[in-house]
Design a protein around this ligand. Structure first.
Ligand SMILES: Cc1cc2nc3c(=O)[nH]c(=O)nc-3n(C[C@H](O)[C@H](O)[C@H](O)COP(=O)(O)OP(=O)(O)OC[C@H]3O[C@@H](n4cnc5c(N)ncnc54)[C@H](O)[C@@H]3O)c2cc1C
Ligand SMILES: C[S@@+](CC[C@H](N)C(=O)[O-])C[C@H]1O[C@@H](n2cnc3c(N)ncnc32)[C@H](O)[C@@H]1O
Length: 668
């Protein structure tokens, strides 16, 4: 289980070089960190020439440190008129500096100070996992992989064109130079990938050779005679799972079906990469179905074993906050209210379990900490019955405002057709066609993304993936009713139900039910009464006032959540169920990567009760998959959301039979 990360201290050696007491080594050559970056890492990889004219170039680094190599590479990219369109820099770091620590060290930089300032501003909390930081309008993407190389490297999904090996000296930092690390790098290496490192240690060269690199010596930097450069050129045949190549799409045009949180986020991410998007929705505007409600809360999930859901929701929240900040910076604010979220257990036993989880995880206080009931009352006016988890970065937002901001940001790249109901989809001549009710082709494109929630199974075969519909209702108390409740929290309070801070007009919103999807989608008074009961559980002090309230005067939003078998979303390329069935015996021992897929067909579905958490990260994941870019998530997390996961399970259990017709991509 990933425990808290231990940040590095910004300490200088007697010579004034950043120094690590933990490893008893300096962060770069005494002859200068930037000069070393240029000579060893850029020069050793033939950069900037190697990326000239490329659509995409991916560098993987071991040891981010203070990010000098990254900053030097970024500057070289900026200065190069022949630069690649998109530069990805993926870097692994176990002991990140804090933002303040970085700022202290970066103060000594001169020319690079503006870039260093941007890096500091985007710098994440010290949370284990991947953090995607986007610069230059998407031209430069830094994926920081925080954690020990031993656990992080095997989970990276990336195809690398170049490697920077920059652990501390091999004699002081053996775990950064192990045969396992070299094999892990080889797994990511695209054919002909280059590598450079400051060391010429014999065991490093031999280890790289054994992993498939063609290793050479080159003149070293500073006091060193030699350094090592290499090219990935294994003597053996192709690997079973080659890393993803950079995708090349002749036509960069996608159809997105569904203009809710899922579809608008995908549209924005593809548009940011220069795609043209035809967005189709049956309603007469964006966010008119489940995403139409104006009171969605977001906070991370915590569990003592840091479960998949906890890691995923942490990644999703962090990504969403960054993405919304980027939209705001581009002039398209989403109206996020970062008021904080207090999550209380349903009873004392649950509260105790929360506390234990918190102690075990040791996550940064800025991310989550314990809040006592006294503090909740005095600071936030929240008369909760017990203490709980305080998510300082949590808050609430109106989902339609996010959708509108994303579509505005996508601008002319998006062609939205509203009132366009897609009756079926089919694949014709290497393109997907969306067909309307009258049989007319609404749009045709090489890529199609299903973001139409519970209606997706009508368009694409999903025999092995269950999606349920779960009704939910929120209750709005009119301003005079809300006034009768007295003091009201200025943060979100959640537990068994949730409440939002007072709205501008004085009304308050409490929610929400989780029930079978039956009957018309209109608010029911008995469900309002249930929501008030939930409210009394969160704030016992309001119980008496609530008990005498006229429920029939309350209004509310009603929606349908689309929920998968294990409540994790379905994000990724759709499996070809018919082809998998035809090959079922051979696929009994398969992995997700072996499952045949529908070319160009992707899912962004089943966002359940966490649309805010999944939509942005899911969109970035899909766009990265479509482009063959490094993924913004570890492999096990991406796999946990793969729409083929239940098909894989069925194949492994021998439950897939070959009766599913031809794999012609037709559906209706
Ligand atoms: C009561 C309630 C409370 C919630 N609270 C929260 C919360 O606090 N925090 C949170 O993060 N999430 C919350 N959620 C969940 C969140 O609202 C959803 O996860 C999210 O809105 C789903 O977005 P979506 O884009 O997948 O679906 P939708 O918004 O439903 O979008 C799907 C779109 O597809 C279109 N479509 C479908 N079929 C077709 C077709 N054949 N042709 C053309 N268009 C089609 C529809 O018109 C629709 O616009 C809540 C949900 C409910 C019900
Ligand atoms: C020489 S410094 C990197 C300098 C950096 N490339 C730069 O440009 O500033 C080596 C880095 O490797 C990190 N490191 C050491 N052991 C590690 C491990 N096991 N996993 C991940 N990172 C590790 C250290 O914390 C340190 O930041």
């Amino acid at each position: 289980m990933p425990r808290a990360l231990e940040p590095a201290e910004p300490i200088l050696s007697a010579e004034g070089i950043p120094y690590s007491p933990r490893y008893d080594d300096v962060y770069h050559s005494p002859e200068g960190g930037l000069a070393q970056a240029h000579h060893v890492f850029l020069g050793g990889n033939g950069l900037p020439q190697a990326w000239a004219g490329r659509e995409q170039f991916v560098i993987v680094e071991t040891g981010f440190g203070q990010g000098l190599n990254f900053l030097a590479t970024w500057q070289a990219w900026r200065d190069d008129p022949q630069r690649c369109a998109r530069l990805h820099f993926v870097s692994i770091e176990k002991h990140p500096f804090t933002r303040e620590g970085l700022a202290q060290l970066h103060a000594r930089l001169t020319d690079l100070l503006p870039l260093a300032g941007q890096l500091q501003a985007a710098w994440p909390e010290a949370l284990p996992g991947l953090h995607r930081l986007v610069f230059e309008d998407g031209g430069v993407t830094l994926t920081l992989a925080l954690g020990d190389i031993e656990t992080v490297l095997p989970r990276l999904v990336a195809g690398a064109d170049a490697f920077y090996l920059d652990g501390f000296a091999p004699s002081r930092n053996a775990e950064m130079w192990s045969p396992t690390v070299f094999r892990g790098l080889a797994r990511l290496a695209r054919p002909g990938a280059t590598l450079a490192t400051f060391t010429a240690a014999g065991f490093v060269r031999r280890g790289l050779q054994q992993a498939g690199f063609d290793v050479r010596k080159a003149p070293g930097f500073g006091g060193k005679w030699n350094m090592t450069i290499a090219t990935f050129r294994p003597m053996w045949k192709a690997r079973r799972y080659a890393p993803s190549p950079a995708a090349h799409w002749e036509v960069r045009h996608a159809i997105v079906i569904g203009a809710g949180l899922a579809g608008c986020a995908v549209t924005e991410r593809l548009a940011a990469r220069g795609w043209r998007v035809t967005l189709l929705d049956a309603h007469d505007g964006p966010a008119r179905q489940t995403s139409s409600h104006r009171a969605a809360a977001m906070h991370a999930h915590i569990s003592p074993d840091d479960s998949l859901l906890s890691r995923l929701s942490r990644a999703g929240n962090q990504y969403a906050l960054r993405a919304w900040a980027a939209l705001a910076a581009a002039g398209h604010p989403v109206g996020w209210h970062g008021c904080g979220v207090l999550q209380i257990g349903e009873n004392e036993a649950e509260a105790e379990a929360q506390r234990i989880a918190l102690d075990l995880l040791g996550l940064p206080q800025a991310f989550v900490r314990w809040m006592t009931p006294d503090e909740a009352a005095s600071r936030h006016g929240a008369g909760v019955p017990r203490g709980g988890l305080w998510f300082q970065q949590g808050g609430w937002v109106a989902p339609p405002d996010i959708c509108h901001a994303q579509l505005r940001r996508a601008g002319e790249a998006v062609h939205a057709q509203f009132g366009a109901h897609v009756e079926r989809i089919r694949r014709r001549d290497d393109a997907w066609e969306a067909i309307g009710r009258d049989g007319a082709v609404l749009a045709s494109a090489p890529v199609l993304i299903l973001a139409n929630a519970h209606e997706a199974p009508r368009l694409a075969p999903m025999r092995h993936q269950v999606v349920r519909r779960v009704r939910g209702q929120l209750t709005t108390l009119a301003p005079d009713q809300a006034k009768a409740l007295g003091q009201w929290p200025d943060c979100v309070v959640t537990g068994a139900g949730y409440l939002l801070p007072r709205a501008e007009d004085g009304s308050v919103r409490v929610g929400s039910s989780y029930e079978a999807d039956e009957g018309p989608l209109v608010a029911r008074t008995e469900v309002h009464a249930e929501n008030l009961k939930r409210l009394s559980g969160l704030l016992p002090g309001v119980g008496a006032a609530v008990g005498v309230m006229d429920v029939s005067r309350m209004s509310g939003y009603v929606g349908v959540r689309t929920v998968s078998h294990n409540r994790l979303p379905l994000i990724g390329q759709m499996p070809d169920e018919a082809a998998a069935a035809a090959a079922a015996p051979a696929l009994r021992g398969a992995h997700l990567r072996d499952i045949p897929r529908m070319p160009g067909l992707y899912a962004a579905l089943a966002y359940g009760s966490r649309g805010l958490t999944w939509a942005g990260l899911g969109a970035e994941l899909l766009a990265s998959q479509i482009e063959g870019e490094p993924l913004p998530l570890e492999a096990d997390l991406a796999d946990a959301m793969d729409p083929a996961r239940l098909l894989l399970r069925a194949l492994r259990h021998g439950r897939v039979v070959h009766d599913e017709g031809h794999s012609d991509g037709q559906s209706g």
